[in-house]
Design a protein around this ligand. Structure first.
Ligand SMILES: Nc1nc2c(ncn2[C@@H]2O[C@H](COP(=O)(O)OP(=O)(O)OP(=O)(O)O)[C@@H](O)[C@H]2O)c(=O)[nH]1
Ligand SMILES: [Mg+2]
Length: 328
């Protein structure tokens, strides 16, 4: 594709399902190019309908292997699937990582699957914002299900629970202590707990642990009660795989619940609210630093803090008063 393709042309191709246009537009978003906002403006009417499925969990817990199976399930139903693999800690960038390439390569010949990794490389607007926009590009491309794989749960820069409609937390046997520690937050993090690697020692103890945590959790009337499912997502023989059908079914149940209780609308409202907060914060910061640029003021402010003449809050207050347009 020629480098100087206009935004209009790239968006037109994206809407027709063009993979190269998608790749170009995602890079544009990642690099926070000037055209980024225009791209979002143009594709926005074509977004908002996809099912966003979050898969989070510790490194190596089996997120990508599970994603691989889920892609097959959704494809079998004729759904087009987009996958975003977010790894805030990875030094790599662009395209898929080697590991995910290997695990997800069974889809490389399938036109109905589009996979992209996002690695941390100091996004100006933050990784969460980039993720929202990459999801939108995948939606505009025609994907009906978007799977977002992220490392960790709830404590990372990218908070999957703020993006996904259905959130899977992948655990492995022997994570008993972690489960205890997570007890309080577990209901907020996950709609479905997946105990993967159920072929390993200690799986039944961990499963009981998880069931215990869930049965002790309190839910409001009509609220979704998180479910637990044990899976084997990699095995020597296909017949030794386990729990994938059940997991797929529970995802379907959760989706149905969201629609039936109209929770989906509330979720979407909260997602937009959260995203607006992120954008305000980032744009304001950019605006202020732009105003300060070349004035030498930033250095002065920092020096005044280091010399204890000023504290950070007072500096921010003064900067806001000085550089924000007057509200009168
Ligand atoms: N025994 C066993 N091994 C599994 C199972 N599922 C995945 N694995 C293995 O666990 C390793 C990690 O699997 P991945 O699917 O890459 O896990 P991940 O959570 O995506 O890993 P990262 O993306 O690196 O955080 C691989 O070597 C898999 O073969 C399982 O059910 N049982
Ligand atoms: Mg992975």
């Amino acid at each position: 594709m020629k480098k100087n393709l206009s935004v209009d042309e790239m968006v037109k191709r994206l809407l027709a399902g063009d993979r190269r246009a998608a790749a170009r537009l995602i890079t544009l978003v990642e690099d926070e190019m000037d055209e980024h906002h225009e791209v979002m403006r143009q594709i926005f009417p074509h977004t908002g309908q996809a099912m966003i499925l979050g898969i989070t969990g510790a490194g190596g817990s089996g997120k990508s292997s599970l994603t691989d199976h889920l892609i097959h399930r959704f494809r079998a139903r004729g759904k087009r699937v987009g996958v975003v693999v977010v790894d805030p800690s990875s030094p790599f960038s662009g395209g898929a990582f080697l590991g995910d390439r290997i695990r997800l390569q069974s889809h490389s010949q399938d036109d109905g699957v589009y996979i992209r990794s996002l690695a941390s490389r100091g996004y100006l607007g933050g990784l969460s914002r980039a993720t929202y926009d990459v999801i939108r590009i995948m939606e505009a491309m025609g994907n009906e299900v978007i799977i977002v794989e992220t490392l960790g749960a709830g404590q990372d820069e990218i908070d999957i629970i703020h993006i996904a409609h259905t959130c899977l937390l992948v655990l492995t046997p022997g994570m008993g202590d972690d489960i205890q520690a997570m007890k309080a937050g577990i209901m907020e993090i996950a709609d479905i707990l997946v105990l993967n690697k159920a072929d390993l020692d200690g799986a039944s103890t961990s499963l009981r642990h998880l069931q215990g945590v869930l049965s002790a959790a309190r839910c409001d009337e009509g609220e979704w009660i998180p479910r637990v499912v044990s899976t084997v997502s990699v095995a020597d023989k296909p017949e030794n795989l386990k729990g994938i059908d059940e997991l797929t079914a529970i995802i379907g149940e959760h989706q149905a619940h969201l629609r039936k209780t109209r929770t989906i609308e509330q979720l979407k409202f909260e997602r937009v609210e959260q995203e607006l907060g992120l954008i305000f914060k980032d744009e304001l910061e950019k605006l202020i630093f732009k105003s300060l640029k070349g004035t030498g003021k930033k250095k002065e402010y920092i020096a005044s803090i280091l010399e204890r003449k000023n504290d950070p809050y007072s500096v921010v207050g003064e900067v806001l008063r000085t550089y924000l347009p007057s509200r009168e």
